[in-house]
Design a protein around this ligand. Structure first.
Ligand code: AMP
Length: 311
C-alpha cells in the first residue's frame, strides 16, 4: 500500500514571544510550520500551502524540505512582509495575551494548489483566514479522506460568518477550551461539544493545555492527559504540534476509525510535549524516533492501571 499524502495549510510566520522565563525577538513560527514539522515524524509525503514575505529566511524553507516537506505551494512575496504574531504568557501558561497580529502578506493571500498536490488523502487546515481555508478545500478536485481544521478566537472575532461556513465543511475541528466556550456560548464542555458537532464536524477535539485533550464523537468521549513536565518553557505551537502529530499519525496508519483517533491524540500530545520544552520550533527540528517512542511509553505508563470492580 502506498503512503498517504497529507496537505497542510496555515500560517508560516514570525513570532515574538514573552514567557516568565524569557523573551524572544522575531523567531520562526506559524501554525503550518509547527503542524508540518510535527507530521514529518510520521511520513514524508507532506505538501505545504502558505505564503511568506521576502523577509522570511530561505534556510528555514530548506530545513523544512530536508524534513520531507514539499514547499512548492509556499508562495514567496519578495516585496512584502511575513505574517507576524506576538504573544505574552503569564505564570499560568494555559492562557496568553495576543500583543500583535499583523496579517501582512496574509491580507491578500490567494492560495494556489499545485497540480501535484491534488488527490491528497488527508487535509489539515491549520489556523488561517477561514475564507482561505475554504478556497483551498474548493480548489481540491477530490474531497480528501479526512479534513481536519484548527482555528482560534482571533477568527471568531474578526471573520465569524466565514468561520461558521467553514466549520460546516470539515470532519474534525480542533479548538481549545476557551474557544469551544466562545464558539458555543456554553460553559460545560460536554454541552459545548454537542452544539459544535451540530454545526457540522463529526469529531471535535478540545485542547486543554497542560490538562490534556478531549475527543468527542457522537456520544463517545476520550480523554488524553498532557504529560506533567517539570519545565514548560514556551507553550507556543503546542496546539499546532498536537494537530500535526494527530493527523500525521492518521495519515501514516491510513485508519480514521475512532480507535485510531484515540492513538493519534496520544501521538499529538507527545509531539506537543516536546514543542513546549524550548522556544519556538527548536525542539521539533531534530527529534529522534526513540525519543518519540519513549515519550509515548511515558503516556501509556501515566494512565495505565489495573482495577477490579467490586460487586
Ligand atoms: P498555538 O500556540 O499552537 O495555538 O499556535 C501558535 C502559532 O499560531 C504561532 O506560531 C503564530 O504564528 C500562529 N498564529 C497566531 N495567531 C494566528 C492567527 N490569527 N492566524 C493564524 N496563525 C496564527
Amino acid at each position: 500500500m502506498s503512503e498517504s499524502t497529507l496537505l497542510v495549510v496555515g500560517t508560516v510566520a514570525f513570532d515574538a514571544i514573552e514567557t516568565p522565563f524569557g523573551k524572544t525577538d522575531k523567531i520562526i513560527g506559524g501554525a503550518a510550520t509547527y503542524i508540518s514539522l510535527a507530521a514529518s515524524y510520521f511520513g514524508k509525503k507532506i505538501n505545504l500551502i502558505s505564503v511568506v514575505g521576502g523577509d522570511f529566511p530561505k534556510q528555514q524553507i530548506f530545513a523544512m524540505n530536508e524534513r520531507g516537506i514539499n514547499t512548492d505551494g509556499l508562495q514567496i512575496k519578495e516585496n512584502e512582509k511575513s505574517f507576524f504574531w506576538s504573544g505574552k504568557y503569564h505564570l499560568d501558561m494555559n492562557t496568553r495575551d495576543t500583543l500583535a497580529t499583523e496579517l501582512n502578506v496574509l491580507a491578500n493571500f490567494d492560495p494556489i494548489v499545485p497540480e501535484a498536490y491534488q488527490n491528497t488523502d488527508f487535509l489539515m487546515l491549520g489556523n488561517l483566514v477561514p475564507a482561505v481555508q475554504r478556497t483551498v478545500l474548493q480548489r481540491l478536485k477530490k474531497r480528501p479522506k479526512l479534513v481536519v481544521m484548527d482555528t482560534m478566537n482571533f477568527w471568531m472575532e474578526t471573520a465569524k460568518a466565514d468561520l461558521d461556513e467553514m466549520i460546516k465543511l470539515v470532519d474534525v475541528l480542533t479548538v481549545n477550551d476557551a474557544e469551544a466556550r466562545e464558539l458555543s456560548g456554553e460553559y460545560s464542555l460536554v454541552k459545548a461539544a454537542k452544539k459544535i458537532m451540530a454545526m457540522g464536524p463529526r469529531y471535535l477535539i478540545i485542547k486543554k493545555g497542560e490538562h490534556g485533550a478531549l475527543l468527542f464523537h457522537e456520544n463517545n468521549v476520550f480523554f488524553a492527559p498532557a504529560l506533567p513536565l517539570e519545565e514548560v518553557f514556551d507553550p507556543t505551537g503546542a496546539g499546532d504540534s498536537f494537530a500535526g502529530g494527530f493527523i500525521g499519525y492518521l495519515a501514516q496508519s491510513n485508519d480514521i476509525s475512532f480507535d485510531s483517533m484515540k492513538r493519534a491524540i496520544i501521538y499529538g500530545s507527545a509531539l506537543a510535549s516536546f514543542t513546549v520544552e524550548k522556544f519556538g520550533t527548536e525542539r521539533l527540528m531534530n527529534l529522534s524516533h526513540d525519543e518519540i517512542e519513549n515519550r509515548i511509553q511515558e503516556f501509556v505508563d501515566l494512565v495505565q492501571f489495573d482495577i477490579s470492580l467490586v460487586d
